[in-house]
Design a binder for this molecule. Structure first.
Ligand code: ADP
Ligand code: MG
Length: 573
């Protein structure tokens, strides 16, 4: 009920059109009923008693009713589609906006396939519901009401005979509806599962190929498909039995009328027109009556989809900007961590009691075994997550006081993997900046040692990343990322194992670009190769989420066994 209320809120802006659509439906049902009403005079006046003067009015009536039905049916369908598509557009916009507002933890937990299926499959189910439900309820409901009226008008005794089956039918529909609801839930979750699976396997195709698990992957997919098929067929069985079953119950009713009415026509107490019109009307009632039973399925499906859609829409981000957040324009003195504790998963502590200071302008290095929490430190500084306790301060102010926009504008992060969108090289470099002029973009690319390879591409800076034949090496992608940072010109540069995935040849070019990038900035560097951080002003050694040492390279080398071990193991590589 709650869900339907919320859906109605989405329809509310279009209520005028909705009312027009309903008016059209009333006219559709009226003109159709008029057509049915004309059957009796046609038989009795024209076929039975050959009264010529009735031919023209009856034909004129049929034409008029047919014409109105055509016009109003068209308008009704158009209006409903318009409303359905508008609601879908609005909901999808809201969903995307909400999705963009989520904190990173949400994307780590939710599978991409599941999110995509919500934005596509669920939304389309809802759209179908918005178009089908009012049409089936109102138009077909009116059909049934009008037809029943006509039947009563024609012969009330026969009408009652037809409707003895009614309570049985309602019971059947109610039982089946329950089954449909649970089965439709299950089929939806399987759809999401298949989306996720496909998405993962397609992006992970390189791994699959390299370990030749294609046959296994095919088998897994086959099983998922079979499973989906079975669940879907179970849903279908419940769904499609409704129509034929009701039709059959109706046929039993009609057979009764035929027997009874046939006798009355033979002994002359009822006209042929009444008999034929009655049978014709009763038979025409099946389709709308069946639609009415479909409403049940449609409502169940649409509300189940609505439930999932609103679940996403209701999700609030875990890291939020304060309502009175202020802008931070620059780092003046230092960044400090005060007793910072953090856990991604409650109870599984990742950072413990981190206290440190990063002074403006220095090169601050973080080293430690993999999994020790180095990237997590950065995640907290950029406020992708908030500490579970303790504070992070910039020049003495808690970073939670600043707007996301101004805080994140202070810093840029370069990691091993560079995210590029399917757009031109120039657009990728300028992404996230207000820069549009080609000279600045080219200048940034030159500084990043990227101009050379870009100018060799088929369309230079206008080459699209996804274009056929354009494949960039890891080093080239990374130099694009560096050019992007050059353009953003942040005060704080964060390098998270930026060069660890590169071969030494391209590392040299990247390293050189990075050196230029570091000039005049505060740099936090997490390095895989300890040789690159020998020159850091301060080195923080972390181990299992705790600070295990701090100082210059010489100091740490002299007093920390772990540091010595890390350093030496690298030279053995
Ligand atoms: N999104 C996450 N959800 C849960 N645990 C995480 C997540 N990211 C990292 N971790 C865990 O936190 C610990 C520290 O990770 P990380 O900071 O990435 O280490 P490092 O960068 O030093 O290799 C690891 O044990 C890792 O498994
Ligand atoms: Mg890391």
């Amino acid at each position: 009920m709650e869900i339907i209320k919320r859906l109605l809120l989405y329809i509310k802006p279009y209520r005028k059109r909705f009312i027009y659509a309903m008016v059209c439906m009333v006219f559709v049902a009226l003109s159709q009923s008029l057509l049915m009403l004309l059957v009796k005079p046609m038989i009795d006046k024209i076929f039975a008693s050959h009264e010529k003067r009735f031919i023209v009015p009856i034909v004129a009536g049929v034409l008029t009713a047919g014409f109105f039905k055509f016009i109003f049916s068209y308008m009704q369908s158009y209006l409903l589609s318009w409303i359905g598509q508008s609601v879908v557009r609005d909901i999808r916009n809201d969903m995307y906006e909400n999705l963009m507002g989520q904190s990173l933890d949400y994307f780590i937990k939710a599978s991409t396939g599941k999110l995509i299926s919500r934005l596509t499959y669920d939304v389309s189910l809802l759209q179908r519901g918005i178009v089908m439900i009012p049409r089936n309820v109102l138009r077909d409901g009116l059909y049934v009401i009008f037809y029943v009226g006509i039947l009563f008008y024609l012969n009330w005794k026969w009408t009652i005979a037809i409707f003895v089956a009614f309570p049985i039918i309602s019971l059947v529909i109610m039982t089946i509806g329950k089954k449909i609801r649970s089965r439709s839930r299950r089929s939806q979750s399987l759809t999401a599962d298949i989306y996720s699976f496909l998405q993962e396997r397609i992006t992970g195709i390189k791994l699959i190929k390299s370990v030749t698990t294609e046959p296994m992957e095919i088998a897994v997919m086959k099983e998922k498909n079979w499973n989906y098929f079975n669940v879907f067929m179970r849903l279908t069985r419940a769904d499609i039995i409704q129509g034929p079953l009701i039709e059959f119950l109706g046929v039993v009713g009609i057979a009764t009328v035929m027997l009874w009415g046939g006798m009355e026509v033979i002994n002359g107490s009822v006209t042929q027109g009444t008999f034929i019109a009655f049978i014709a009307t009763a038979m025409s009632m099946y389709r709308p009556a069946k639609s009415l039973t479909d409403v049940n399925t449609d409502i169940q499906t649409a509300t189940a989809a609505g439930e999932r859609i609103f679940e996403l829409l209701d999700k609030r981000p875990s890291v939020i900007e304060m309502p009175d957040a202020v802008e931070i324009s620059s780092l003046e003195r230092k960044i400090s961590f005060e007793d910072v504790n953090f856990a991604y998963i409650p109870g599984k502590q990742v950072l413990c009691g981190i206290n440190m200071e990063i002074k403006k302008g220095e090169i601050f290095a973080i080293v430690g075994p993999s999994g020790s929490g180095k990237t997590t430190v950065i995640n907290l500084l950029a406020r992708f997550f908030d500490p579970s306790s303790g504070r992070i301060l910039i020049d003495g102010s808690d970073i939670r006081k600043f707007t996301f926009r101004s805080l994140r504008a202070l810093m840029a992060i370069v990691t091993q993997e560079t995210i590029l969108f399917n757009d031109t090289i120039a657009a990728n470099i300028a992404y996230g900046t207000a820069v549009t002029d080609p000279e600045s973009i080219e200048n940034a690319a030159r500084l990043a040692n990227a101009h050379g390879f870009i100018s060799k591409l088929p369309h230079g800076y206008d080459t699209a990343i996804g274009e056929k034949g354009v494949t960039l090496s890891g080093g080239e992608r990374q130099r694009l990322a560096i050019a992007r940072v050059m353009l953003r010109n942040p005060q704080i540069l964060i390098l998270d194992e930026a060069t660890s995935a590169l071969d030494s040849n391209s590392e040299l070019l990247v390293q050189e670009a990075i050196s230029k990038l570091m000039k005049g900035r505060t740099t936090i560097v997490i390095a895989h190769r300890l040789s690159t951080i020998k020159s850091a002003d301060m080195i923080l050694l972390v181990d299992k989420g705790r600070i295990s040492g701090m100082g210059s390279h010489e100091e740490l080398f002299a007093k920390s066994l772990l540091y010595k071990k890390l350093y030496e193991s690298q030279y053995l590589e």
